[in-house]
Design a protein around this ligand. Structure first.
Ligand code: GTP
Ligand code: MG
Length: 259
């Protein structure tokens, strides 16, 4: 199987999210069609993945099934990054590096946030929200910056609520609202300077245009506030592992819809 860490013209998707979310497990499943043991990642890893024949890329929707150019559109690169707090610069670097990036998958362990409400010491939720806030802020800056030269490129973000096989897992709509309300908290703490601005965000040299995430004023943060900067955020659940079998169909569909 072909592995590469160099840039290529293949369309690519970036896998980010907290440690233990299941990113490498998903990469392994997509690459090999079956699950394998993983250990926590320390370096980024890109693999070439083929869309399953049952899932059709949006770019080949109107082509005949016999069209040979279908083949060329079914492949993409999936770039896995380490989720550990001290290794997230790999993910931030991958967001800003020039490449054929088609979308970002932010994976969370839905069974790790099942306390639901924000505050009250739900540390995994807070960690996830902080990381997602930083990624979205980076994308927002990238987009507002490119507005001056050319039209901002669309970049969709999928929040993949993983581990739905576990009975403690929060359903995807609740993962969404829990993250939104915790991001509201992160955003206001950042604004009042109570927290550091995370790992190396200031070293990324993408200008100081806007430090406030979203356009919704200082009310509640909602993912729909990212639409204005051409970042469509959606949430879909699934599980890489499970007693019966994996369920990754919604994530395949999202990838196909953006490929
Ligand atoms: P880092 O590399 O540290 O950033 O973590 P990661 O996101 O790559 O996590 P990884 O893929 O290594 O998975 C962490 C653990 O979760 C592993 O033990 C997986 O087997 C387990 N896991 C992944 N997906 C699922 C799932 O859908 N359900 C269950 N029950 N366990 C899962
Ligand atoms: Mg990993």
């Amino acid at each position: 199987i072909y592995r590469s860490t160099t840039s290529t013209t293949l369309p690519s998707f970036l896998l980010v999210g907290p440690s233990g979310a299941g990113k490498t497990a998903l990469l392994t499943l997509f690459e090999r069609g079956q699950h394998a043991e993983t250990r926590t990642s320390q370096v980024p890893l890109s693999v070439e993945v083929s869309l399953p024949v049952s899932t059709k890329a949006v770019s080949s929707k109107y082509r005949s099934v016999n069209d040979p150019s279908n083949q060329a559109h079914k492949k993409f690169l999936l770039a896995d990054t380490p989720g550990h707090g001290k290794l997230r610069h790999h993910a931030f670097d991958s967001v800003i590096k020039p490449q054929n990036l088609k979308g970002i998958i932010f994976m969370v362990d839905a069974a790790d946030m099942s306390m639901g409400t924000s505050g009250a010491g739900n540390e995994p939720l807070h960690q996830a929200a902080e990381y997602l806030h930083d990624i979205l802020l980076l994308l927002q800056k990238r987009s507002t910056r490119s507005k001056t030269s050319k039209a901002p490129r669309e970049l969709p973000v999928l929040i993949a609520a993983n581990k739905l096989d576990l009975f403690t897992a929060l359903p995807p709509p609740l993962v969404k609202t829990a993250l939104e309300s915790e991001i509201s908290n992160v955003r206001s703490s950042r604004a009042t300077g109570l927290l550091d601005s995370g790992i190396g965000m200031n070293d990324l040299d993408i200008g100081e245009e806007k430090e406030w995430l979203g356009n919704g004023g200082d009310g509640k943060f909602e993912f729909s506030q990212m639409d204005e900067v051409n970042i469509a955020v959606s949430v879909a659940g699934g599980n890489v592992l499970g007693a019966d079998e994996s369920d990754v169909k919604q994530w395949w569909d999202w990838i196909a819809g953006n490929l």
